[in-house]
Design a protein around this ligand. Structure first.
Ligand code: FES
Ligand SMILES: [Fe+2]
Length: 413
């Protein structure tokens, strides 16, 4: 069945047909039509502080070298030699003075320009064989790339409403406290679906439900728009009262919720962690880092939830900001990476303990990995049939509509 036929027969309000989760052909279309057309959150600038520091961002068939050229410039290059196509960087991260291909030693500068290779014909024009650039954007210390061969989507305008909060959290002056990977044997859409609903929270996540109260989890446990409208209505007074307090401290409380018609389903909200004055998402509610980030002088007991698109998020309390990255590798595997940021002046052991910083989402993501992989295994069965969503899976339903709309686009790549 073609993707057009599959899209046409998809039942509204139901999980996707099996092929959307398993087919390699659909996966390739996901990458071309959906993923490659977005700005993807890949990491934080503090991962590559020195000239020549680099890491690889690997997604589907692409390997992108993210490398620091100098203090002010970070470049993104496709990790493909312009001679006969070998990978150039083989290690996932490191430092390079020059980018030298391991096959026949064609060598490129940190700006991607080719140095003169030996024994090429006299009319060889090296200026035409620089590394292929990948669109890159550095914003408040966050590094984004876009794989598209065409112009990337507008960034500044798209995320204009996020600027105040990203700035307030001091992300550009942050540093990586801890980074953890949770490779998940499932299609990327199942990872997204799991992250944007809290229908499973009560049964699966005792730690998460310890930190967050029931009424909040029901109303918006996976962000605004994830719960039933009547639950949000009940919770609204608590949320509004907290917002008022945060605003008296001078803290921003903007709200963005974009639906399936948008290009990225972006959202932004600030809300209280709970009604027990928790300062952070820790076991005892005490902050995980002694130094508050950015412009938070006094703790507002809140958290910030940002969705740039369905595969890139920031969740931040006043002391720690967590980057969440879901990276499709093939139809059946997704790299899940969490990176916790703290203030750039914070010192490990003295100001924070990485295990404490990572505690809640580390335990929660390990639980989710199992759930998602079980979900995928079940979907592979000959007896899998799409099933109906509950009212607490509203954001998943929106995601499915968004995904089908995006897949129906046929941009040139
Ligand atoms: S393929 Fe890179 S130098 Fe030949
Ligand atoms: Fe979960």
């Amino acid at each position: 069945m073609t993707s057009d036929e599959l899209i046409a027969r998809q039942r509204k309000g139901y999980s996707l047909e099996q092929d959307f989760y398993c087919s390699e052909e659909i996966f390739q279309q996901d990458i071309k039509r959906v993923i490659s057309q977005k700005w993807l959150l890949v990491d934080h600038v503090s991962r590559i502080p020195e000239k020549g520091d680099y890491f690889l961002f690997e997604i589907a068939n692409e390997s992108i070298i993210i490398i620091r050229q100098n203090e002010n410039t970070i470049n993104g290059f496709f990790n493909v030699c312009r001679h006969r196509g070998s990978l150039i960087c083989l290690q996932p991260e490191g430092n390079k003075k020059l980018l030298s291909c391991p096959y026949h030693a064609w060598t490129y500068g940190l700006d991607g320009a080719l140095r003169q290779p030996p024994l090429m014909p006299a009319d060889f024009d090296k200026s035409k064989f620089g590394l292929q650039k990948c669109h890159i954007k550095v914003c408040y210390g966050l590094i984004f790339v876009c794989l598209s061969n065409d112009s990337p989507p507008e960034f500044d305008k798209e995320y204009e409403e996020f600027a105040e909060v990203l700035d307030f959290h001091g992300l550009k002056d942050a540093k990586i406290a801890v980074k953890r990977d949770y490779p998940t044997a499932a299609n990327w859409k199942l990872v997204v679906e799991n992250f944007i609903e809290c229908y499973h929270c009560a049964a699966a996540h005792p730690e998460y439900t310890h930190v967050h109260p029931k009424d909040q989890l029901l109303a918006m446990g996976a962000g605004p728009g994830s719960g039933p409208p009547d639950a949000l209505k009940k919770y609204q007074a608590t949320w509004d009262a907290w917002k008022e307090k945060a605003e008296t401290l001078g803290h921003p409380t903007p709200e963005v919720i974009r639906d399936e018609a948008s290009i990225d389903m972006a959202q932004l909200a600030r809300l209280p962690i709970n009604d027990r004055n928790f300062e952070a998402e820790t076991k005892d509610g005490k902050r995980a880092c002694n130094i508050l980030m950015g412009q938070f002088n006094e703790c507002d007991h809140g958290e910030t939830a940002i969705q740039f698109n369905p595969i890139g998020y920031i969740l931040a309390s006043n002391d720690v900001a967590m980057m969440v990255r879901f990276t499709p590798r093939d139809a059946t595997n997704t790299d899940v990476q969490f990176t916790w940021l703290v203030d750039g002046n914070a010192k490990e052991t003295i100001d924070y303990d990485p295990d404490n910083v990572a505690w809640l989402w580390d335990v929660t993501t390990k639980q989710d990995k199992i759930i998602i992989e079980n979900n995928f295994s079940g979907i592979l069965s000959s007896r899998y049939r799409p099933g109906p969503y509950s009212t607490q899976e509203a954001r998943v339903s929106t995601f499915i509509k968004w995904y089908l709309k995006e897949l129906d686009n046929k941009p040139a790549l």
